[in-house]
Design a protein around this ligand. Structure first.
Ligand code: NAP
Length: 245
């Protein structure tokens, strides 16, 4: 408890799923959290605030540079700093490659990759100036394994690894570390809609024999976002129950 006391964090896509888990864990650890999402994140923020968390919702689409800048300016004005950025927002538009439309391809590139670029670009200058920062982004096990119907998604999640390793080399000297987490099979709204038999078969492939939770991923983010992880830079942390490492 208290590992992020006094720190200010932005968590994109924080209204539900893994992002909501990250918001909860970071608040428990004392951070002040700006929850960004295109969905209404007021209820998630309210729930966490009711347990004593310092969290506020900002409606920010990560593909919209103006919204991002406004939200960043507000945080700097109200809290004076941004210590942590968790690039969690992401979408899927699954379709086998030959059937995939340009719209499905572009939508995923735009949110998962261009969105991450816009948000990181808006936050890095002030982290460099402050001489401290932690940037952690959501990759995926499917960046490494590939997945049927996910050429668009897997391409973005693999690109995030290259982005992470490259930015880490640029800003490490300024006290800013840049890392990524590759979640495996995690229980969210997406997996809740899958048939029970598919989930059971999936779990048989996981050495720890269970599906992951948003908290499993949140604790990985917590480590990489902590001061103690200052010598970990440009790393991809696999959190998948042992399917691949
Ligand atoms: P999720 O439940 O769909 O939550 C993602 C959140 O991001 C949603 O609230 C979503 O809103 C929001 N979002 C979408 N586009 C956005 C935009 N342009 N700007 C701001 N917010 C936006 O997803 P999740 O399963 O928790 O996954 C979170 C991250 O982990 C994603 O990057 C995902 O690729 C990665 N990941 C997940 C798994 C898994 O098993 N769940 C595995 C590997 C990696 P909408 O609902 O409106 O889209």
């Amino acid at each position: 408890m208290g590992r992020l006391e006094g720190q200010v964090a932005i968590i994109t896509g924080g209204a539900r799923g893994i992002g909501a888990g990250v918001c909860k864990v970071f608040c428990e650890e004392g951070a002040t959290v700006a929850l960004w999402d295109v969905l209404d994140g007021k209820a998630t923020a309210e729930e966490i605030r009711a347990t004593g968390g310092k969290i506020f919702f900002q409606k920010v689409d990560v593909t919209n540079k103006e919204e991002i800048q406004k939200a960043v300016d507000y945080i700097k004005e109200q809290h004076g700093r941004i210590d942590i950025l968790i690039n969690n927002a992401g979408i899927i538009r699954d379709r086998s490659f030959t059937k995939m439309s340009d719209d499905e391809w572009n939508a995923v590139i735009n949110v998962n990759l261009n969105g991450l670029y816009h948000v990181t670009k808006a936050v890095v200058p002030q982290m460099k100036e402050a001489g401290y920062g932690r940037i952690v982004s959501a990759s995926s096990i499917n960046a490494l394994l590939g997945a049927f119907g996910q050429t668009n998604y897997a391409a973005t999640k693999a690109a995030i690894i290259g982005f992470t390793k490259s930015l880490a080399r640029e800003v490490g000297k300024n006290g800013v570390t840049v890392n990524a987490v590759a979640p495996g099979f995690i229980k969210t709204a997406m997996t809740d809609s899958m048939p029970e038999t598919v989930i059971k078969a999936g779990i048989q492939q996981i050495p720890v024999r269970r599906i992951g939770t948003p908290e499993d991923i949140a604790y990985a983010y917590l480590y990489l976002a902590s001061k103690e992880a200052g010598f970990v830079n440009g790393e991809l942390l696999n959190v998948n129950g042992g399917i691949i490492s």
